[in-house]
Design a protein around this ligand. Structure first.
Ligand code: MRU
Length: 352
């Protein structure tokens, strides 16, 4: 096997001299457009509109959002600045409810606030903490890649769902990070990417990102996965996570549960790759995870074109929960956890 270079230099979010630069993921793959933010409220809207998305990237962006609020505040005393920051944290926390990385990152930013001795000191501490969250996520992804690559056999055909790549993180990816690491080790792998209705993160983002990395990729519609598994064309599946409950139940993009059931029926392992910041030990089981319900028009329309009767009833939960019994292993930056998950996940949290 021949090692390959990493050319996955994606930066979905960056802090540049007091502004936040976002790669607008709603425009990919047709256009590569960058947006610049100096107002945290506009940034919160961008998170809701999924211009930036994916659990770790949402957390990193929100952390930078708190720094942005501090840097652009005119508050001259510490108390006023602290009050403004509480409001900014509340606005950013109200964007997307399922990805626990959002709340994890905002809690880290909140914990910094009492440490400052004056407003400028607080601004600097917050910028530094957000940069640390960004860098730690990047490192965690790469570590996760190394731990997870060993799980993927050479010559494997791997199914993935949604986008858990560099676009969804600081820049390397969780599930796609594992795939990239295996590819960089020289493994001959190929990926089947579910298109991932309703917003098509698989078709628009995963296909774009994997092709950019030079990894053989085949796009399939969501309803093809079962037939391909039955035909023996898929060896395993790997996905990311928005929140992992203490018992190992996994919330991820709607359709992940379907993939998990299909994998079980066909005797294939389903792996979940996520940083420790996605593990929520305060949420005991999957049914306690809040699931975001999004606008019905995301299902009734496709790229602005109506594809269903205007008044048809719609359900649009953005995520589902896969019970831990269907998960073969959870790959984190600290290592691979297998059942019984509760003990393993608690040990990881202690090791952190
Ligand atoms: O609604 P999205 O696009 O934010 O959902 C993203 C996912 O479900 C990802 O699989 C998950 O956040 C993991 S990203 C590394």
């Amino acid at each position: 096997m021949e090692a390959r270079l990493d050319n996955g230099d994606i930066r979905p979010v960056e802090w540049i001299d007091g502004s936040i630069k976002l790669l607008d993921q709603t425009r990919l793959p047709l256009e590569e457009v960058y947006l610049s933010y100096q107002d945290y409220r506009e940034l919160a809207t961008a998170i809701k509109e999924m211009r930036v998305r994916g659990a770790p990237a949402i957390g990193v962006t929100a952390a930078f959002g708190v720094a942005l609020a501090a840097v652009h505040s005119k508050a001259a005393n510490l108390e006023t600045l602290r009050t403004e920051l509480s409001e900014a944290i509340a606005v950013l926390a109200a964007t997307r409810p399922t990805a626990v990385n959002l709340f994890w990152a905002l809690d880290r930013m909140q914990a910094i606030i009492p440490r400052a001795i004056d407003p400028d000191h607080l601004r600097q501490l917050l910028v530094d903490e957000a940069a640390r969250i960004f860098e730690e996520d990047d490192c965690a992804n790469r570590q996760m890649g190394l731990h997870g690559a060993a799980l993927l056999p050479d010559q494997a055909s791997i199914l993935t769902h949604c986008n858990a790549g560099g676009l969804a993180t600081s820049g390397y990816g969780t599930a796609l990070g594992v795939i990239k690491a295996a590819w960089q080790c020289g493994k001959q792998i190929r990926v089947f990417a579910d298109e991932t209705r309703p917003l098509l993160q698989g078709a628009r983002l995963t296909a774009w990102e994997l092709m950019r990395a030079g990894i053989p990729t085949t796009l399939i519609s969501d309803n093809m996965a079962g037939a391909l598994m039955r035909a023996g064309e898929i060896d395993c599946a790997i996905v990311g996570a928005d929140r992992i409950a203490a018992n190992g139940d996994v919330a991820n993009k709607i359709g992940t549960y379907t993939v998990a059931v299909l994998a079980k029926e066909h005797g294939l392992p389903l792996y979940v790759a996520a940083p420790v910041s996605t593990i929520d030990l305060n949420t005991p089981r999957g049914e306690n995870i809040p699931i975001e319900e999004r606008n019905a028009d995301e299902v009734r329309h496709l790229f602005g074109t109506q594809i269903a009767p205007s008044n048809v009833q719609v359900r649009n939960p953005a995520f589902d929960v896969t019970p831990h019994s269907l998960v073969a292993a959870i790959v984190t930056e600290l290592g691979v956890v297998r059942a019984p998950y509760e003990a393993g996940l608690r040990a990881l949290a202690r090791a952190r």
